[in-house]
Design a protein around this ligand. Structure first.
Ligand SMILES: Nc1ncnc2c1ncn2[C@@H]1O[C@H](COP(=O)(O)OP(=O)(O)O)[C@@H](O)[C@H]1O
Ligand SMILES: CC(C)(COP(=O)(O)O)[C@@H](O)C(=O)NCCC(=O)O
Length: 274
């Protein structure tokens, strides 16, 4: 029996379509907030985003029920993970038990897929940041700044030769909001959903003050990074916005940018294609 997507409160975007019984790679992006997954048959230009889940405290077995419902197992699995290594290992074992197919981990490299990593120890770089840079090179051959607005806000800058010049890691939208609630006694907000009433960009109650504070923190940080990237590159670059809050940020950044919520999966597809 296939997964019961319709009744699952954790499925956020759209129901996973059943892959046909053909050789399909399963691409997984295990982020700190959500699992995103896609199918790929012919590589980077043809990956097919399937859906996304919040983890919701569920077991790997439960999560897998929602990821693949075809009779044939995937040809291979490509796993890009930045979550707890113990949970990721349990996830891998569950997949191996279920499908007996190869499971490949995305690992950052000194150099590969047209990208040269700035880290002295590339294995310390998040696998999702590496995959995003590989994905960005498919989309942009020139200099590029990736702003990834997920659980965290990360930025990574590549010059036109694919040299990674470095980046930043900062708290993301929900993390910022929750840190205020966790770290204070009286900053209490009514909901996780933030509203930005079009006033003068200053709040007049706690909800609005937090909403504007979070927004200014994120957008101000993005603008600082873009300025630093321009100075370092000595000129303009393309801007790619990725992650769950990419669309939200695009409206606010007032610069030319391309939204690619699935940039990590695009990179994983490229890596899986060899
Ligand atoms: N229903 C939701 N649950 C959690 N986060 C959401 C939701 N809708 C939008 N978001 C935003 O998406 C961000 C997470 O983006 P995502 O790309 O999934 O992160 P990650 O790759 O780190 O798992 C959160 O910071 C949050 O602001
Ligand atoms: C910075 C990150 C937490 C971002 O994860 P995300 O917000 O996409 O879930 C992840 O890339 C990570 O754990 N990186 C390891 C440290 C580093 O990149 O230097």
């Amino acid at each position: 029996m296939g997964p019961r997507f319709g009744r699952d409160p954790h499925l956020l975007v759209r129901r996973g379509e059943r892959p046909g019984d053909v050789d399909v790679k399963l691409l997984l992006d295990l982020g700190n907030t959500r699992i995103k997954w896609a199918h790929s048959t012919t590589g980077a230009s043809a990956f097919d985003r399937q859906g996304e889940y919040l983890y919701g405290g569920r077991s790997p077995e439960d999560l897998l029920d929602g990821l693949w419902s075809a009779a044939m197992p995937p040809e291979s699995v490509w796993l890009c993970s930045v979550i707890d290594p113990g949970f990721a290992a349990a996830f891998e074992q569950a997949m191996r038990r279920r499908w007996e197919c190869p499971v490949h981990w995305v690992r950052p490299q000194v150099e590969g897929f047209g990208v040269r990593c700035a880290y002295v120890n590339p294995l310390r770089l998040g696998a999702d940041r590496w995959a995003a840079m590989v994905g960005a090179r498919v989309l942009q051959r020139g200099a590029v700044c990736i702003l990834h607005l997920g659980t965290t806000l990360t930025a990574d800058v590549l010059d036109s030769s694919g040299r990674h010049l470095g980046g930043i890691i900062a708290p993301g939208r929900r993390m910022l909001q929750r840190s205020l609630q966790c770290g204070t006694a009286q900053v209490i907000t009514d909901s996780d959903e933030m509203q930005w009433p079009e006033q003068d960009r200053l709040g007049r109650d706690t909800d609005a003050c937090v909403a504007w504070g979070v927004r200014h923190s994120l957008i101000g940080c993005c603008r600082e990074v873009l300025g630093a990237a321009r100075r370092r590159l000595g000129g303009e670059m393309a801007v790619i916005l990725a992650g769950g809050d990419a669309r939200w940020a695009q409206d606010l950044l007032s610069c030319a940018s391309q939204v690619e919520p699935d940039l990590v999966l695009r990179g994983v597809a490229m890596i899986a294609d060899g």
